[in-house]
Design a binder for this molecule. Structure first.
Ligand SMILES: Nc1nc2c(ncn2[C@@H]2O[C@H](COP(=O)(O)OP(=O)(O)OP(=O)(O)O)[C@@H](O)[C@H]2O)c(=O)[nH]1
Ligand SMILES: [Mg+2]
Length: 287
């Protein structure tokens, strides 16, 4: 009787975990996806390698492999995205202005980009191993109106930002700029650009804003499932050229992702785990 009590107490949590596991997409975890053919797994892990073969031989490919971790590191990072009673992953709060932002000590990363580029979808996909975390996405541009803070245990925070451009909140600049300039625990900004349309005028303005803050940022190419190989290659070369010639704080390697097909998600999780100081990489690679 005495020793059964804790087990009974744990039962709801165990049942909840089992229920949630059923709702987890089969590609949410690299561990689970490993049953697929090695080529498919490689394409999910490193989407760039898939299209690299079609690049002209004169194109410098070294930039595309700067962050190329070992599979063991990717699996290590994946554990950080799995919730447990001692490592809760949850929505924390929203803020409309920088001075309403929560005071948090853990390292933080934020996602910015044009409205509808896929910021919230990407965060939802990164959190696909904890589907109970509610990240709202919408077909209608301008859906996310506030800065939404999500906590990953004590490891780090992810911030989903409102989008700029079409139907952006009126106070977008007042909200996001002070955040980018003054957030002390911000370790990296992810600037999302749509792989099927290339850089737009507003993306260039965002790039300038990121450059002005002098904080390190990374370009993430979204919706790669939507574009044909030709247009993705054209746009990718444009991104690479802009990074090389017009930026000084942008990480040279763009990350390709599809939140629909889970491409590039495991690699991005590993990158976030690494830059927030939560995993040490076994292989040498720079960030
Ligand atoms: N095909 C495809 N569609 C995507 C992908 N990511 C997002 N979408 C779609 O793009 C639309 C916008 O997605 P959101 O994640 O809400 O975009 P957002 O950048 O957060 O938009 P705002 O909050 O309005 O700034 C939705 O209809 C998504 O289903 C992707 O990888 N592939
Ligand atoms: Mg959004």
């Amino acid at each position: 009787m005495f020793c059964r009590q804790p087990v009974q107490w744990l039962r709801p949590w165990t049942q909840l975990c089992a229920l949630l596991r059923q709702r987890v997409h089969k590609l949410a975890s690299l561990k689970e996806a490993s049953v697929l053919s090695p080529n498919k797994v490689k394409r999910l892990l490193y989407p760039l390698t898939d299209i690299e073969a079609y690049l002209d031989s004169s194109v410098d490919r070294t930039q595309f492999h700067i962050f190329h971790p070992h599979v063991d590191d990717v699996l290590k990072a994946e554990r950080l995205f799995c919730p447990s009673p001692s490592h809760r992953i949850d929505y924390y709060t929203s803020a409309e202005r920088m001075d309403h932002s929560p005071a948090l000590k853990q390292p933080e990363v934020c996602f910015i980009g044009r409205s509808n580029v896929g910021k919230s979808s990407l965060i939802k996909c990164l959190f696909s191993l904890s589907p109970e975390v509610e990240v709202r996405i919408s077909k209608t541009p301008g859906h996310t109106k506030k800065m939404n803070f999500f906590r990953v245990g004590k490891a780090f925070t992810i911030v989903d930002m409102p989008g700029y451009g079409h139907r952006a909140p009126k106070d977008f600049v007042d909200m996001v700029e002070p955040y980018l300039y003054s957030r002390k625990n911000l370790v990296r900004t992810f600037l999302l650009v749509d792989g099927s349309v290339g850089l737009q005028k507003t993306d260039h303005i965002a790039l300038e804003m990121c450059e002005e803050t002098r904080c390190p940022y990374v370009m993430v190419v979204t919706k790669i499932d939507k574009c044909g190989r030709g247009s993705l290659l054209t746009n990718l070369l444009q991104f690479q050229d802009v990074i090389k010639t017009q930026t000084s704080s942008c990480f040279p390697q763009p990350f390709l992702v599809s939140s629909l097909k889970f491409s590039g998600i495991y690699l991005l999780r590993c990158f976030i785990a690494h830059i927030t100081g939560n995993i040490l990489l076994t292989d040498t690679c720079q960030t």
